[in-house]
Ligand binder design. Structure first.
Ligand code: DQA
Length: 181
């Protein structure tokens, strides 16, 4: 059957009803019951958000982001757990834990995005839904930021919207998990 023109798997159900015959429960739909726990993992130097190069990363701290996400997640019937480490191995271990716990992951791997095969491998092994986020638009910056080891293991990438990238990722991951649930 042909896909209706207005079918958008990422769209809110209350704005775009799911076409008949397409099973697409989302966090916004009455058929969505499972409470999802979303793991927000943050890599090196993201503990400095708020003071680190504010012209690039803004003045919002990671604690501000966490508080905001916690509130927004409630409206999605979800909870979040936010972690940050400057150490690659911590991120690898947390991704492995998410794999075992069955938790979806929102990942800002910071500079490890551009270097870490270990994080790439951990994401592949975890087999969890992953949304890659960046505050800055990495593609409008230095060329060494244009390559990501995370992207091939992610469902999608959100970058360039400052702290709001994290909230947009919440929307994306809830929809992703809902549509798979
Ligand atoms: C970043 C972009 C990376 O290139 C950089 O190394 C970071 C932050 C971002 O959120 O824009 O640490 O991931």
């Amino acid at each position: 059957t042909a896909t209706p023109l207005n079918f958008d798997p990422g769209a809110r159900r209350d704005r775009f009803p799911t076409p008949i015959g397409v099973r697409h429960p989302t966090p916004f739909s009455s058929s969505y019951r499972r409470s999802v726990k979303i793991l927000y993992l943050n890599g090196p130097n993201l503990n400095l958000l708020g003071t680190r190069q504010p012209e690039i990363y803004g003045r919002t701290t990671l604690a501000d982001i966490e508080a905001h996400l916690t509130e927004v997640a409630k409206q999605h019937g979800a909870t979040i757990k936010l972690r940050q480490s400057n150490h690659e191995g911590d991120l690898v271990s947390w991704i492995q834990e998410a794999g075992l716990a069955g938790e979806p992951i929102v990942l800002n791997a910071g500079a490890y995005t551009h270097t870490s095969i270990a994080i790439h491998d951990a994401l592949r092994a975890a087999e969890r839904p992953v949304v890659e986020v960046h505050l800055s638009n990495v593609f409008a910056r230095e060329s060494f930021r244009h390559h990501s080891y995370v992207s091939p293991a992610a469902a999608g990438v959100i970058c360039g919207f400052g702290a709001n990238s994290y909230a947009l990722a919440l929307e994306a991951i809830c929809d992703l998990v809902g549509s798979r649930g």
